[in-house]
Design a protein around this ligand. Sequence first.
Ligand code: NAD
Length: 286
Amino acid sequence: MSAKIIDGVAIAKSVRAGIRDRAQKLQKETGVTPGLAVIIAGDNPASKVYVRNKVRACEDAGINSQTISFPGDVSEEELIAAVGKLNDDPAIHGILVQLPLPPHISVRHVLEAISVEKDVDGFHLYNVGGLVLGDTVFPPCTPYGVQKILEHEGIDVTGKNVTVVGASNIVGKPMALMLMQKEATVAICHAKTRDLTLYTILADILVVAAGHPNLIVPQMIRSGTVVIDVGINRLPDGSLVGDVDFEGVKEKAAAITPVPGGVGPMTVTMLLDNTVSAAERAAGRA
Ligand code: NAD
């Protein structure tokens, strides 16, 4: 059996069309154009590419965006002051602080300064707590994107065994909470997990976000598993791969997301979704 290759680019395109329609409707009916502000500090080349992609995606979706760049030696106080100004700006509905921040700055302090109503990345403690209770305002974009992919593919997680490999605050943990909310039976694995295969072999759905090429090989999954590969790794030859041995695993899985072209396009898409939702809420429409 060869797996269905899930086309994240096509799903993102169709979800973005809906987001664009919502932005247009809001503009027409209330005069409000959704606005996103992105704060970036330092010259991490990957961060610059991510920010550029987000700005371009905003333009396509009818969202105003502004990028506020700081040098790498910016102080925590300056960053927090910039966040404060954006909190007070009625034209800005979403604030995103591009991570990583320079090491002398506390990510937690800066993220906590973002107004909860504008926390479109979903990293503020309030939104994280909301995830635990099942009523978060803004789901974090990458796991939200995975959830949308599963919905789009008609894959119901209720009662399924789902194994999440990776337990970071931005992907693995919120992913596990969102799946639990949908009544999946969730196992969470991480770098200290003793026998990874013990958990991956149980999975009806396997979500992998560890940042290790070829971590998941065919012997580790059952035939018919749905495999969602969140990992993005650059190999020495410059190519991008996920965490899953795609060629091997696709012969055994029921469905699989490729890298690139799987989860990646959905992450930015859900940022747009959260930004339009924030603007709708600010205009009293949601
Ligand atoms: P992270 O480094 O913060 O966390 C990695 C997690 O994986 C940790 O919990 C760690 O314990 C676990 N892990 C590491 N090695 C493991 C192993 N051998 N076995 C089991 N677990 C292991 O990374 P992150 O920010 O969560 O990102 C994970 C991957 O997802 C990276 O490749 C990153 O580039 C990618 N990513 C992709 C998107 C996207 O839009 N597609 C978004 C965010 C992150």
